[in-house]
Ligand binder design. Structure first.
Ligand code: BTN
Length: 319
C-alpha cells in the first residue's frame, strides 16, 4: 500500500492529492493513509500536508525509486520495467532469479547490496545510497560468442554518461572497468545463460562508485568515487537516466548494424590502455605487453616483449 501511495504522489508531483481520494481509491481508512504518509516521511520523503488539500510530494529523498526515474526516462525498451530494492544480496543474483520471465530491458536497482559480486569471484562493496548498483536483463537474438560485446556497450555507455553528467574525464580500462584519474570508479560484470548456439538471457551488472565517501584501506590507492574526484556529490538519478539512454542507443546500433562501430569509437577514443604498456594477468603469471589496438570485434591486440602478438578476448590487464 505504501508503494501505491508513493506512486500516486509521484504521478501528482507538484500537486495535492487528498486523503479522501486515496482512501476511496484503495478502500482503506484515511487514518491508514495518514500512517503510510508518516512512514514515507520517516524514510526521507518530504511531503507537505495541509488539512484541506491533502498531501503533496516535495522531494523524493534522493532515492532511486522507479517512479522518480521513469518520469524522466527517455528510452523505448531499456528501463521499461524497473525493479527497485532498498537492499538485496546482488542485483545480478536477483536478475538471474527472474530472468526467464523478465522482459528484455528490465532494470534492477538496489540502494545497497549485501553480497555484491565482482569479476573473478571478488566481492563488490556496495554501501547504502552511495553508488549505483544495477543490472540490465537483455534477451538479444545473437550467438553466445557475441555476448561479451554487451560489456563493451555498457562500458562505452557509462563512459559517455559520466563525462556528460559530471564533466569528469572517465577512461575505459578494457574490457570492463572505468577509471577517473587512474582509479577505478566503475566495474561491469556480464553474465550469460543459454546453450552453445543460443543465448537465453544476458545480465549486465554495473557498479558505479558515485558518492562513496570512503574506501577500505586496501582499496584506497586503486578505487575512488565520482564525488571524491569532482569534489561534490553526483546526482545518481541523472547519471542513471543518461546511462540507460546511452546504453539503448549503442545497443540498438549494434543490433541493427551488426557491428560495434559507435561503441568502438567511444572505447578507442577514451581508452585507458591504447598505446600503453600493460601487464596481462593470467593466474599467477604477469606478462608485459604493449597495446596495439582494439579490433572490430572489440578484442585487445597486444604485443609481448618477445614480439609475439595476441588478440585478447577478456581477462585482466593492469596499467
Ligand atoms: C568488477 O569490476 O569486478 C565488476 C563489478 C560489478 C559490480 C556490479 S554492482 C551491480 C551488479 N551486481 C553485482 O553483484 N555485481 C554487479
Amino acid at each position: 500500500m505504501k508503494d501505491k501511495i508513493l506512486r500516486e504522489l509521484y504521478e501528482k508531483k507538484g500537486q495535492y492529492i487528498s486523503g479522501e481520494e486515496l482512501s476511496e481509491k484503495y478502500q482503506v481508512s484515511r487514518t491508514a493513509i495518514w500512517k503510510h504518509m508518516n512512514a514515507l516521511k520517516k524514510e526521507g520523503y518530504v511531503i507537505e500536508t495541509t488539512h484541506k488539500k491533502g498531501y503533496k510530494l516535495i522531494e523524493s529523498s534522493g532515492k532511486l525509486i522507479p517512479e522518480a526515474l521513469k518520469r524522466d526516462l527517455n528510452t523505448v525498451e531499456i528501463g521499461n520495467k524497473i525493479i527497485y530494492f532498498d537492499t538485496i544480496d546482488s542485483t545480478n543474483n536477483y536478475s538471474k532469479r527472474i530472468a526467464k520471465d523478465a522482459a528484455h530491458g528490465t532494470v534492477i536497482i538496489s540502494e545497497e547490496q549485501s553480497g555484491g559480486r565482482g569479476r573473478l569471484g571478488r566481492n563488490w562493496i556496495s554501501p547504502k545510497g552511495e553508488g549505483i548498483w544495477m543490472s540490465i536483463v537483455l534477451k538479444p537474438d545473437i550467438p553466445p560468442t557475441e555476448g561479451m560485446k554487451m560489456t563493451q556497450i555498457a562500458a562505452a555507455a557509462v563512459c559517455n554518461a559520466i563525462r556528460g553528467v559530471t564533466g569528469l574525464e572517465a577512461f575505459i580500462k578494457w574490457p570492463n572497468d572505468l577509471v577517473v584519474n587512474g582509479k577505478k570508479v566503475c566495474g561491469i560484470l556480464t553474465e550469460m545463460a543459454g546453450e552453445l548456439t543460443r543465448i537465453d538471457y544476458l545480465i549486465v551488472g554495473i557498479g558505479i562508485n558515485a558518492n562513496n565517501e570512503s574506501f577500505l584501506e586496501e582499496f584506497q590507492h586503486i578505487a575512488t568515487s565520482l564525488a571524491k574526484e569532482k569534489g561534490e556529490k553526483v546526482d545518481r538519478k541523472t547519471l542513471i537516466l543518461h546511462l540507460l539512454k546511452e546504453f539503448e542507443g549503442l545497443y540498438e546500433d549494434y543490433i541493427n548494424q551488426g557491428t560495434l562501430e559507435k561503441t568502438l569509437a567511444i572505447i578507442r577514443n577514451y581508452s585507458a590502455v591504447l598505446g600503453k604498456s600493460i601487464l596481462v594477468i593470467r593466474g599467477e603469471q604477469q606478462l608485459k605487453a604493449t597495446v596495439l589496438g582494439i579490433d572490430e570485434e572489440g578484442l585487445l591486440e597486444v604485443k609481448y616483449e618477445d614480439g609475439k602478438r595476441e588478440l585478447l578476448m577478456s581477462g585482466e590487464v593492469s596499467i
